[in-house]
Design a protein around this ligand. Structure first.
Ligand code: IDP
Ligand code: MG
Length: 155
């Protein structure tokens, strides 16, 4: 158990459907803490970096077009074991088989247009928070806003 900061992206399909607030609300309601928020539009360079593991896949050009189509909202989200907690809340990649109650299972119907991104490991969370918040975070993850939601032996 440790406090982690993970990276969530509200993707252009969720932004276009007016779901920025709904996504943030779910994390806040759970007791996770939003440490930073930023809106931006993906460039080709940033996309190739962020989705490097998919660059050779046949669907990559279509994915890139979609990811550049509108605003993306980046969130740095903190909590104990936040990477796993957030991935579980997000649900599986294919929204059509994602469990109801998850973000994708409730808010999306597509494999590609699946509402959100979330870091998949503590290592990628470190890289991805630094990628989208290169100036660092102005709020520390061990703030009372994070810690007060846990017993002291969980921290
Ligand atoms: P993840 O977002 O659940 O971690 P990844 O495999 O890392 O899934 O894929 C990144 C994103 O690429 C997915 O969220 C989805 O938008 C898109 N994607 C993944 N696989 C496919 C596919 O088979 N067809 C179209 N888009 C895909
Ligand atoms: Mg992934």
């Amino acid at each position: 158990m440790s406090i982690e900061t993970t990276l969530v992206l509200v993707k252009p399909d969720a932004v276009a459907r007016g779901l920025i607030g709904e996504v943030i609300r779910r994390f806040e309601r759970r007791g996770l803490a939003v440490l930073a928020i930023k809106g931006f539009v993906f460039t080709d360079e940033l996309l190739r970096e962020h989705y490097a593991h998919l660059a050779d896949r046949p669907f990559f050009p279509r994915l890139a077009e979609y990811m550049k189509s509108d605003l993306t909202v980046a969130l740095a989200i903190a909590g104990v074991d936040a990477v796993q907690v957030v991935r579980t809340m997000v649900g599986e990649t294919n929204s059509r088989t994602a469990q109801p109650g998850t973000i994708r299972g409730d808010l999306a119907v597509s494999v590609q247009r699946n509402a959100v991104h979330a870091s998949d490991s503590p290592e990628s969370a470190l890289l991805e928070v630094a990628r989208f918040f290169p100036d660092g975070l102005s709020v520390s993850p061990d703030t009372a806003r994070v810690c007060d939601n846990y017993a002291t032996d969980e921290l």
